[in-house]
Design a protein around this ligand. Sequence first.
Ligand SMILES: [Zn+2]
Length: 405
Amino acid sequence: MPPERQPTRSWTLLSALGALGPRRSGTAGSARALSWLSETLQQSGLAVDRQAFLAPNRTLYFGPAVTAIVLVALSVLQIADRALVGTLVPFLMWVALVPLCGELLAMGLNCDLILPRTLTYNLEAEVTGSGPGEIVLVAHHDTQWSSWLFHPKLGLRLRWYFAAFYLGLFGVPALSTLAAFNGHPWVLPTLGALTALLAVLTLSLVAAAVFGQDVVGANDNGSGVAVAMALAERAKAAVAEGTWPEAAARLRLLLTGAEEVGERGMLHWLKTHRPQPAEVVFVNLDNVAGGTLRYLEKEGMLLPLRYSPALLQVARGVAANSGGALTTGSPLLLPTDMMWTSAQGYAAITFIGQRDDGTIPNYHWPTDTVDQISMQHLAEVEDTLFAYLSAVWQEADRSLNTAES
Ligand SMILES: [Zn+2]
């Protein structure tokens, strides 16, 4: 029998946060979790700033669904009477796609234009240090709406569902444009077939939005929040004890809201703080408790956004000395908070726990509960990430903040 290990700080925090239940953006559960997080950070001696902002609900479901309903309706109109609507229908279709494209490309015009929004919050605190450069330790506190889309048996095949959906979303306007400008006999029947496919997929997505449920989000992202809070306390102690040179850097803890509905908390923080890219680096913790801890090298749904070469270099060094506790990850299907930082030219990196096949255990599924997480593994993750943060701290005076390779 291995010796009994004392619960680590991250385990204690994760257990308490998990006991509060789901924390989906804009819900009462989220408000409860935010109060508890604020109090706990204050008890650790941190001055917490709470930033309010508006974010849409369930963007992942309603963004594509609303867009697709508009496209299907316009397509039916065009098929019914092509002469009457002329080129107006395809034009309106391309306009209808703008918010969703903004979402996919991390642009300013996004689904905020078409979805109702509710109030939610970021929590942040300046942790320690007095150096010129700042390390922002990021973890999102909100949870996702679970549905059959994330059934564990579906796994990475979810990619094919998304691919079919986007084939419909972009194929229907493309065929509609062709139909408006040339009369090839195959165009209208093909448009009809693709519209029917899009309608069926939309119904399945609406069903997912209606018949889903909230999840506790122990791994996603209670784990990231708990480990980030524990690391903040350890960093503060390391500076107080003199093991970390105080003037090397500054550490800020940022617990973002509304990550699961389009990374709106991170976007809001960047908009309101506007830090100089040369003065700040972002280290993001998301789903860190399952599988093997990994660092990602890039992300992005349509265009890959590469992470900071300097931050990746430090990660490779820590991984080499970790005895397998840290390794490289596989690209994700959905974005993280670092989509916005990377899109805006900031140096960033994401740490995430994945199995060898790239899946995340209990991902957006009702089984994402604290009892699925190993206390021993979480302790290792906390130690590995503390080693990473230490290394970044020691090197913060060198140019870590170059986002481009
Ligand atoms: Zn998630």
